[in-house]
Design a protein around this ligand. Structure first.
Ligand SMILES: [Zn+2]
Length: 233
């Protein structure tokens, strides 16, 4: 095989390299991963805020419960005082009893508030658990897709890594002058600078190749298409 065929191999190798790099940058998982990452971050932020609200609700309940036990202690003291017989003054007795009744009312109110608060907390707890579960599933999906992506990326990279060595091997079999010409001009021909002749026709511009040029190529010499300037093989 002559060096012009090698040049064509080199051209194919470069096309493959471009194709692999494009593939690497447009793996179908990339968009899905980006989308999922965005959703996960948003949901994590939302959950964080909701958790803060939830903690505040629990704190509020704790305060209510503390207030209830404080008032219960006070009530107990009053009741002891009332029934111990240590108060003999009727007015004082009545006053203490009124205070006791009002404390009982307050305790009842606070306990009702606590109950409502407990219900809210229970509901929010379930809601947070549900959201956490959904987020967990999403994270798992992300992980699976990421593994797929990494696997594909690894395969393409392994393929790409072999290219420089192959390029060096091919270049070593091609004249320097031809290589320089190839590197200078290939981009003008959209990396289709080396073309075959089929039925005496240049496969680059599809014009007939004159007999003189055909003769040169048949004798394994370097020739270009006289119409489009491509290297003919
Ligand atoms: Zn041509």
């Amino acid at each position: 095989m002559n060096q012009y065929r090698r040049l064509q191999d080199l051209q194919e190798l470069e096309k493959e390299e471009t194709k692999l790099k494009d593939e690497l940058n447009s793996l179908p998982q990339i968009n899905k991963l980006r989308q999922l990452k965005k959703e996960i971050e948003e949901e994590q932020n939302y959950l964080k805020k909701e958790k803060e609200k939830f903690d505040l609700q629990r704190k509020k309940l704790k305060n209510l419960e503390n207030a209830v036990s404080k008032e219960r202690e006070e009530l107990e003291l009053l009741s002891t005082k009332l029934f111990s017989g240590e108060i003999s003054n009727l007015k004082e007795l009545e006053g203490t009893d009124t205070k006791r009744k009002s404390l009982e009312e307050q305790i009842k109110e606070l306990e009702e508030l606590s109950l409502t608060e407990m219900e809210v907390i229970e509901q929010n707890k379930n809601r947070l658990n549900e959201l956490n579960g959904k987020l967990k599933v999403k994270k798992e999906t992300f992980k699976v897709i990421l593994e797929d992506y990494n696997e594909l990326q690894k395969g393409i990279k392994a393929h790409l890594e072999k290219i420089p060595q192959e390029r060096t091997r091919l270049e070593s079999q091609i004249d320097k002058q031809i290589m320089t010409d190839y590197n200078d001009k290939k981009s003008n021909y959209a990396n289709n600078y080396v073309v075959e002749i089929k039925n005496q026709t240049c496969q680059g511009c599809h014009m007939t190749v004159p007999f003189q040029i055909m003769k040169i190529i048949k004798s394994d010499h370097f020739a270009k298409c006289d119409k489009c300037g491509r290297i003919l093989i």
